[in-house]
Design a protein around this ligand. Structure first.
Ligand code: TA6
Length: 323
C-alpha cells in the first residue's frame, strides 16, 4: 500500500472541547439559560488544523487525548477528514467554555489532565517518527500538567536537527523556554509579549523596541506580534514589517490567532516569499474573524483579502514607514 506523506504536522498537547454559550442575557450569581451552544474540537492546535484543512495542504494532527472527550475529538477529526495520530492518555481531555454575550467574550479554561512520564515518552517516540513526513510543524497552546516547561524546547531541537520549520504559538514559561531552542516562527500577541519581557507593551514602537532589545539574540527567523484587528508587526532577516488588514465586520474573533498560524504554515509549506508568508498569515486571521465558526476560513476569499492588505517596511529606530 502507498504510504501517505503529510506535509504539515500540527501539535496540540492540551486539546479541549470548546463549548461556546451564546447568551441573550448574562447575570452573575443568578441562573442563565442558553439555547445556543456550539461544541467544537478545540485547543489552539486543532483550530489551526481545521483551517489548514480548508486549504489544499495535507496535514496530520497530534498531541494527547483521553476519556470520552478525547473520543469526541477523534470522531470530529474523522468527520472533518483530518488525519490524526494522538497519544492515548489515562486522564480526561478538558472542556473550555466561552460565554458570549453583548459582543463580549468571557472564557473559562480548564487546566486539563496531567501527563505521566510514560505518556510523554511515548509522545516523543511518536513525534520522532511523524516529523519525517512533515516539512512544517506547528505547536500551539498551553502545556498540560506533568510536562516540563522545556517540553517545546525539546520538540524544536528535534525538528531543527532534521531541518524542519517549527512554528511555536504559546505563552508564559513555555514560550520563554521554547525560544531558547530557536523556533522558525513565533507569534506572540501583545499580552504574551508583555509577559515575556515583564512589562506592558502596547504601542508599535514599544513592540519594535522589545523585539530589537530582547528577542533578536535568539536568532528566530520570523517574529510576528499579533495586534488583533490592527494586524501585526513582524521581523524577518533585518527588516521590520507592519501588516495592516482591511477593516471587516468581525463576527467571531475566537481562533483568529490560530488561523494566522495556519496561514503561516501553509505559506511556508509552499515556499512563499517572506512578504507573502506575512500577508498569508494575516489574511487567514482576518478570514476567520468574519466567519461564525471557530477555525474556519472561506478560501475563495483569500485573494480578495490579500489584495487589500497593506505591508509597510519600518525603520526600526524612528518607527517611520519606508513604503
Ligand atoms: O483562544 C481560544 C482557544 O483557542 C480555545 O480554543 C481554547 O481551547 C483555548 O484557546 C485553549 O488555550 P490554551 O492556551 O489553554 O491551550
Amino acid at each position: 500500500m502507498k504510504k501517505v506523506r503529510w506535509m504539515i504536522l500540527t501539535i496540540t498537547l492540551n486539546p479541549a472541547i470548546d463549548m461556546s454559550y451564546h447568551l441573550s442575557s448574562f447575570h452573575i450569581n443568578d441562573v442563565n439559560r442558553c439555547n445556543r451552544v456550539i461544541k467544537t474540537a478545540g485547543g489552539k492546535g486543532l483550530n489551526v488544523s481545521r483551517v489548514i484543512r480548508c486549504t489544499s495542504e495535507r496535514l496530520c494532527a497530534t498531541g494527547f487525548l483521553g476519556g470520552t472527550n478525547g473520543q469526541f475529538i477523534r470522531n470530529e477529526l474523522d468527520s472533518n477528514q483530518i488525519l490524526h495520530r494522538f497519544v492515548d492518555i489515562k486522564g480526561d481531555t478538558r472542556n473550555c467554555i466561552a460565554l458570549l454575550y453583548d459582543g463580549q467574550q468571557t472564557e473559562i479554561l480548564e487546566e486539563g489532565p496531567a501527563i505521566s512520564e510514560e505518556e510523554a515518552k511515548k509522545f516523543i517516540e511518536n513525534y520522532q517518527d511523524l516529523i519525517n513526513d512533515a516539512d512544517v510543524i506547528t505547536a500551539s497552546g498551553s502545556l498540560p500538567k506533568g510536562l516540563k516547561p522545556s517540553f517545546y524546547q525539546t520538540l524544536i531541537e528535534i525538528a531543527n536537527k532534521k531541518g524542519k520549520k517549527f512554528i511555536l504559538d504559546t505563552s508564559g514559561e513555555a514560550l520563554r523556554e521554547g525560544i531558547k531552542a530557536k523556533p522558525y516562527l513565533i507569534k506572540p500577541n501583545l499580552d504574551e509579549l508583555s509577559q515575556l519581557c515583564n512589562r506592558k507593551v502596547t504601542m508599535d514602537e514599544e513592540v519594535i523596541a522589545v523585539i530589537q532589545n530582547s528577542l533578536l539574540e535568539y536568532e528566530i527567523e520570523y517574529i510576528v506580534v499579533s495586534l488583533g484587528q490592527r494586524g501585526s508587526i513582524a521581523y524577518h532577516q533585518g527588516v521590520f514589517y507592519k501588516i495592516t488588514p482591511p477593516k471587516v465586520q468581525s463576527v467571531n474573533p475566537i481562533g483568529s490567532g490560530d488561523s494566522m498560524v495556519a496561514g503561516f504554515a501553509v505559506a511556508l509549506q509552499r515556499n512563499y516569499s517572506p512578504e507573502q508568508v506575512l500577508v498569508y498569515g494575516n489574511a487567514f486571521g482576518t478570514l476567520n474573524a468574519i466567519e461564525e465558526k471557530t477555525g474556519f476560513i472561506d478560501t475563495s476569499q483569500i485573494d480578495y483579502i490579500i489584495n487589500q492588505m497593506i505591508v509597510d517596511k519600518i525603520f526600526p529606530l524612528s518607527g517611520k514607514s519606508i513604503r
